[in-house]
Write a new protein. Sequence first.
Length: 177
Amino acid sequence: MVRVREMTAGDIDAVARIRVRGWRFAYAGIMPQAYLDGLSVRENAERLREFFARAGTAGSAVTNLVAEDAGAVTGWACFGAARDGDAVPGDGELYALYVRPELIGAGIGRALTAASLAGAAERGFSRLLLWVVRDNARARRFYERAGFAADGGAEAYEVAGVPVPEVRYALEVGRTF
């Protein structure tokens, strides 16, 4: 039984492991392998600790959620105000969503997405945006099944000298998943 709750500082190490494993799984063959191999759970956890030290969980502009099953953290998502220059007032953004790779397809991503949409509605967002790596077909199918649609936004960033194109998706928050 998947339960979604707000992330606490005690979840940091588990979330860092999920995030690094998620990047290595999702972006294999899309991003340089040397970059993926160089990702550090310890450094990721340190950045999360710094974030929690600055913002904590209560009243933060970013909402961090974890999914857990039998007390084990199985996934993580975070959202907040949209960061895009062309975002309109009321736009939120799903910044990240990762699930332990061996549990993909078990409903964890779906539960985190539903909780993120509900949380976005509670925070007054009318639309939720997200950026997805263009060549990440699995993630794009997942978001499309959830009701998100590409809205024409596109950009690229560089990873170890390699351009990584992303596309933006959007969903009206009132829709249910």
